[in-house]
Write a protein that binds this ligand. Sequence first.
Ligand code: ATR
Length: 280
Amino acid sequence: MSIDGKTELYGIIGNPVRHSLSPAMHNAGFATLGMNWVYVPMEVQDIEQGMAGLRALGFRGVSVTVPHKEAVIPLLDEIDPVAEKIGAVNTLVFHREKDGRVILRGLNTDWLGANTALAEKINLQQSRVLVIGAGGSAKAVGFGLVEAGAEVMIANRTAASGQALADWLGCVFVPLDQVASVAADVLINTTSVGMEPDNEGIVVPPSLLPGFSVVMDIVYAPLETRLLREARSAGCQTIDGLAMLLYQGAAQFKIWTGGRPPQLIMRSALEEELRRRAVA
Ligand code: ATR
């Protein structure tokens, strides 16, 4: 990649953000399509100052991650109705008018990540899906699944937040210690349980796994979590944490470029980056 005066600027804002895998994924995609674009991680503490900086510097598109997904909303000129409904934005588009004015639009592609990954394995419209967790990831995943016509159940360690998310989604809440009583086709872990260095952590007892057709984890370090390893030996189909990251990123790529994201190459770039970090 050569950077020159015509290079278009893209990136990701968050705090922390230096660990993000998105630069590897998007830069690989841009290079494959022969675009003179670059995507950089930017640690932003003050979101108001950060947004003013991005506007002034001529950025064209930016991903937003924790903790700015909600706080960025009042700083937008336009918001996509789905992002407004979810109450979180992970994608920004800076549209430059002929008179130099910048129109900043916010969208959300997080909710598409799990849907797209699951739709490759199962017909969501006929599936019962048990989502473990009630944070921002569970909200996006749950929203997408309800949109796709799945029957969603939320299980969470803390009843109050689990019940609140279930009410928002219009679905059932199950306390985490009672998931054995639930029958479902798909299990999705949206918590950090099993993430390095908690490699042996697992969010439900392994004895429950044979009851599911598909088990998905949003944790990607390690790539095969204990949950996925146990699910594989129990005969379930598995979806790893890079899938959600890839598909939400592919949807961003499509918004920014208007073209088809080179998903295989973007996926390889994510895996390569994880391998590179493992030996670093
Ligand atoms: P994110 O925005 O990535 O979803 P979050 O908002 O911090 O992250 O949400 C983390 C979720 O993981 C929560 O549902 C949390 O459960 P609580 O609401 O009970 O805190 C869940 N979680 C985190 N660690 C957990 C653990 N050790 N066991 C069970 N659930 C856990």
